[in-house]
Design a protein around this ligand. Sequence first.
Ligand SMILES: Cc1ncc(COP(=O)(O)O)c(C=O)c1O
Length: 367
Amino acid sequence: MSCDFISLATVGVQDLNPYLPGKPPEELERELGLTDVVKLASNENPMGPSENVLTAIKQQLRGLSLYPDSGGYRLKNALSQQFGFSPEQVTLGNGSNDVLELIGRAYLNPNDEVIYSEYSFVVYSLVTQATGAKAVVTPAKDWGHDLDAMLSSITARTRIIFIANPNNPTGTWLTRQQLTEFLDKVPENVLVVLDEAYTEYVKEPEFPNGLSLLADYQNLVVTRTFSKAYGLAGLRVGFSVSNPQVANVLSRVRQPFNVNSLALVAAETALTDQAYLTKALELNQQGMALFEKAFSKLGLAYIPSVGNFITVDVATDAQPIYQAMLEEGVIVRPVANYGMPNHLRISIGLPEENERCLDVLAKVVSN
Ligand SMILES: Cc1ncc(COP(=O)(O)O)c(C=O)c1O
């Protein structure tokens, strides 16, 4: 090949490292000839989708030859009614990743600045880099966001600040007071993207509901997903809520039909399935307690988490531990790409999956 097609790509894309997903169980099963692989690597809901969702999807199957409702009328209305905002404020995405990407594409010019924290969700850096904008990464404080450091990093070029609450991969969180004191000081022309992918799991009384802050902060964009507590990661559906003008801008770069018809009907149904959600949260709490206790027993430090995952310090290079666990059929998530080479992130699974993961971890770390 005489032409270097990499150097033909846009400047941001030339240096971009693609997103590294958790290893799919079928891949490991193929590689090692195993049949009972446990995957606790992508913070999915281990219960599978709810029966109500499955029924709704089956009913929708006959409509598959038609394009979905591009405007997502029913889902937007269901969301608005449930959470108390207007449908004009909603942007639907093929997962909330899609919405994060739309925000970057719509608002970032090359050389604009984007602020996010060390140890925060990797998609913020991908979105920033792809547009040629400049990433301003603030050092973390106790593994979480240092809001003062973020405020002092704001310049005339800052366009977006990404904040995950709770944060992935650390599971740390910000209180309502911390967040509002921060929002009070951010200039109105800087968008604050508050990523609430794990919000449903959080029980802490001081934990804020970003949606309730939208009326006070016109520059706030809250993103949420159906991939975690609602159990629909495979269908890809998420959304943002913002002021209607921002939603209007995002609709200009959104692909038509970006959310498929099964995802639309599944999400609408999942919203009403309170019993499923309650069970998912209970299961998560029990699993979290089990992991915390087991790590303490093993003498491993962990970062206290309010999400559906927990990140543990294996006190040595985590890569060989990850590999050895893979060979035992357990997939967890190394986080060296987040600058945490001694940690592994483990999603909370079903009780038997958690037990198996902990048995394997105990065996591997003692070798
Ligand atoms: C903090 C955070 N935000 C957003 C997402 C994206 O989720 P999805 O695109 O499935 O909605 C994830 C997924 O892991 C996440 O951890």
